[in-house]
Design a protein around this ligand. Structure first.
Ligand SMILES: Nc1ncnc2c1ncn2[C@@H]1O[C@H](COP(=O)(O)OP(=O)(O)OP(=O)(O)O)[C@@H](O)[C@H]1O
Ligand code: NI
Length: 337
């Protein structure tokens, strides 16, 4: 079952010099109980899509089409719910209790002048009726779970903690109301590699032991390879390939996916073969015609310049948006092993 089903989602930012389409008629499913990784270069629209799920798209962004169905409620109120139609009371109930998010640079979300224990109590009491004692007990268990020393952390101010510790506090925070679905937006960016690995260990443990569905957004495809069950690839506001992690790494279909894999140092055995994707991400104010990837694509054909590719279903959980996905040249040119 899919906990989230995004259909035809369009999000636009009207700016003085034009309109940016950060999500362009996106269809995307997030299956329950799995870790879905979402990769794409900076500006491809990952954070914007996540912010739509929680209805926190930043101004001047507007959702101009689509629906986001949430299937996480109990069978008894067996109605499919469109998050985009939630009223304020429904949103209040939905955020934190159903879906929680750990933001990019979440550590900065902590209030610098309030002790951690008071911040936790305040946040929880905004959403549910729980006593201070109950909250502190739960917070201690969770801090312990993310391998922090509860007594010390609860009495600390944010500046007394390292970046990695603050990020683990934010992960514990996100679990306070037992959400079914956790969105992690670049949860380890700005942390050193050892701390990153440590945090991914903890996230994997949380996923295994609690069965929480996760959406992990990152520009680092190597992280997705390590942690996720499925991968979605975003380019210029579109999801261009989605599939099971083994299938996509074994047999990537979109030239952009192939490019990302070949550009990731730790995924290529022979470092000499590492090849960055040529060119740079498109200007969303002035998108190329047809397939937005065509100016950078080694396999572009005349049609790619003219016609936007539609979605091709390749298997039970594998889709691609490309005119040349089955091009034998992929293999001939040695781009694939
Ligand atoms: N508040 C805003 N005002 C104007 N444009 C915005 C705003 N938020 C996002 N955008 C634009 O929307 C596009 C998608 O941005 P988004 O942050 O979703 O990408 P991303 O894939 O998360 O990138 P990153 O890896 O840098 O976080 C970008 O072109 C960005 O400039
Ligand atoms: Ni982002």
């Amino acid at each position: 079952m899919n906990i989230i089903e995004i259909r035809d989602l369009t999000i636009q930012f009207p700016l003085r010099n034009g309109t940016i389409t950060a999500a362009n008629h996106v269809d995307f499913d997030i299956p329950e109980g799995k870790i879905t990784g979402l990769v794409g270069e900076s500006g491809s629209g990952k954070s914007t899509m996540a912010s739509a799920i929680l209805r926190v798209v930043t101004s001047p962004g507007k959702i101009t089409s689509g629906s986001i169905i949430y299937n996480g409620y109990d069978a008894k109120d067996n109605v499919k719910k469109d998050i985009l139609k939630f009223n304020n009371a429904e949103l209040q109930r939905f955020r934190w209790k159903e879906v929680a998010m750990v933001f990019q640079a979440a550590q900065n979300a902590l209030n610098p002048v309030v002790r951690i224990d008071e911040q936790i109590i305040e946040t929880v009491q905004e959403h549910v009726d729980m006593s201070r004692e109950e909250i502190l007990k739960k917070a201690s268990d969770l801090l312990d779970y993310v391998r922090l020393e509860p007594e010390r952390i609860l009495k600390s101010y944010p500046h007394e903690l390292s970046g990695g510790m603050k990020q683990r506090v934010m992960i514990a925070f996100s679990l306070l109301l037992d959400p079914k679905f956790l969105i992690l937006d670049e949860p380890t960016t700005a942390l050193d590699v050892i701390t990153q690995d440590y945090i991914f260990d903890i996230l994997t443990k949380i996923h295994k032991e609690r069965g929480i569905t996760m959406l992990l957004q990152t520009h680092d495809i190597a992280v997705v390879a390590k942690v996720a069950d499925r991968i979605g690839v975003m380019y210029a506001g579109e999801v261009v390939e989605v599939g099971d992690i083994y299938e996509v790494f074994e047999d990537p279909k979109h030239p952009y996916t192939i490019g990302l894999i070949h550009a990731a140092p730790s995924l290529i055995d022979d470092l000499g073969k590492r090849t960055p994707i040529k060119g740079s991400p498109p200007n969303l104010l002035n998108l190329p015609s047809g397939c937005p990837f065509h100016p950078r694509c080694p396999f572009a054909k005349p049609v790619c310049k003219e016609v936007k590719p539609t979605t091709t279903v390749l298997g039970e959980d594998h889709i691609v948006k490309c005119h040349s996905y089955n091009n034998e040249r992929y293999k001939k040119e040695g781009l694939l092993a």
